[in-house]
Design a protein around this ligand. Structure first.
Ligand code: DP6
Length: 359
């Protein structure tokens, strides 16, 4: 695997002080990543819709100092210093040090905020780490203005992946594949790539309503869940199935077969949770209201001849997916019925987006 292209060749002039602000979104996987090996390499390829409204905005101010043995940074989240978030970010900086040696020459002050409510159960690692990766790449570009935009985006995804696997899919949009796959040209285990084929118009501006079923802290982190795939009795079949599902999804996205899309997306969500149910130790992240909502969605789909479907990430919240053409009808259903199963009736209306934006 060729990671040498991500190690800077030249040690350039130093800049005294500089700052960058980037906004990067969350994403929702259609074919799921669950299981990895070191260093953050996926056991199967995955594909996600990039979101638009759920995002993180991060500013990093860099000021030059004597080169330090490890990254020196202060971290503020929504205006408050956050010591508890620091170990994860310190671990990220350690992992990317060889690819971004210039970070050791700077004191970094990181200010970050999310567009979605704090502890809403929405994974913030994808948007959070991709935003930091974008800021690092803009510093690298300032130090070496010859870097191309293509390289910057690719390396930002590469760095984000080293922080959190799914973060590699949060730099671009509207559909990103991460993980080497024979049917996806240019795909790699090292970084995410835009889905390289023409997507059917029905998937343009696809809607995602995130129903906040449980806003509490997860009992089992994604990282722990991924690790349980190492000795999982069904792991090898699951990785094979996910890669086959990505081949099918690639066809579906190009042909616009909504019925097949719904079947595959829901099966992927339930299979992800089936892996959790059958891990040792086993665990359940769905809540009773997760299942209530799934049944309500199925009833509505049949009664209204709708193309609504659901997916889940590693938690109890439900992502409701539907085409733009059904937006009004489905939004009314969410407000009048599904909101009753959400904590404090809270949900977030989102849609497919296009990735990192300058803040
Ligand atoms: C269920 O990317 O959060 O959302 O690489 O350990 O940070 P780490 O895990 P993470 O896992 C996400 C898993 C998932 C499925 C997916 O997004 O593909």
């Amino acid at each position: 695997m060729n990671t040498a292209e991500f190690i800077p060749k030249i040690r350039s002039e130093k800049i005294e002080e500089i700052g960058f602000t980037w906004q990067t979104p969350s994403n929702i996987a259609l074919v799921k990543y669950w299981g990895k090996s070191d260093p953050q390499l996926p056991k199967n390829a995955s594909i996600s819709f990039t979101l638009n409204n759920c995002h993180t905005i991060t500013t990093i101010d860099f000021s030059i100092q004597e080169s330090a043995p490890c990254a020196d940074f202060d971290l503020f989240f929504e205006g408050k210093e956050k010591e508890e978030f620091k170990p994860k970010i310190a671990g990220f900086f350690k992992r990317v040090e060889v690819y971004c040696p210039y970070i050791l020459d700077y004191k970094m002050v990181i200010n970050s905020e999310n567009s979605f409510p704090h502890s809403s159960g929405i994974a913030s690692s994808a948007s959070g780490l991709s935003a930091i990766a974008m800021c690092l790449m803009r510093l690298e570009q300032a130090l070496n203005p010859r870097l191309t935009e293509v390289y910057i985006i690719k390396k930002a995804s590469f760095l984000a992946r080293l922080g959190s696997g799914s973060a590699s899919r949060s730099i671009e949009g509207p559909l990103v594949v991460w993980g080497k796959h024979p049917k996806i040209a240019g795909s790699s285990d090292l970084f995410g790539v835009q889905f390289p084929y023409k997507v059917h118009p029905v998937f343009q501006n696809y809607q995602d309503a995130i129903l906040l079923v449980d806003k509490g802290e997860k009992q089992v982190s994604s990282t722990l869940g991924h690790n349980l795939m190492h000795k999982h009795p069904f792991a090898e079949n699951r990785f094979k199935q996910a890669n086959e599902n990505l081949s099918k999804m690639s066809e579906i996205l190009q042909n616009g077969q909504l019925e097949e899309f719904i079947g595959l997306v829901e099966s992927e969500a339930l299979t992800l949770h089936a892996m959790m149910l059958t891990s040792a130790p086993y665990f359940i992240l769905m809540k009773p209201n997760t299942l209530e909502i799934i049944h309500k969605i199925w009833e509505f789909r049949a009664a209204e001849n709708s193309n609504i479907c659901f997916t889940l990430d590693a938690g109890a919240n439900v992502h409701v997916l539907y085409p733009f053409s059904e937006k009004e009808k489905v939004n009314r259903f969410i407000e009048s019925e599904l909101a009753n199963y959400c904590q404090k009736k809270q949900y977030i209306l989102d849609a497919v987006g296009f990735g990192a934006k300058k803040g």
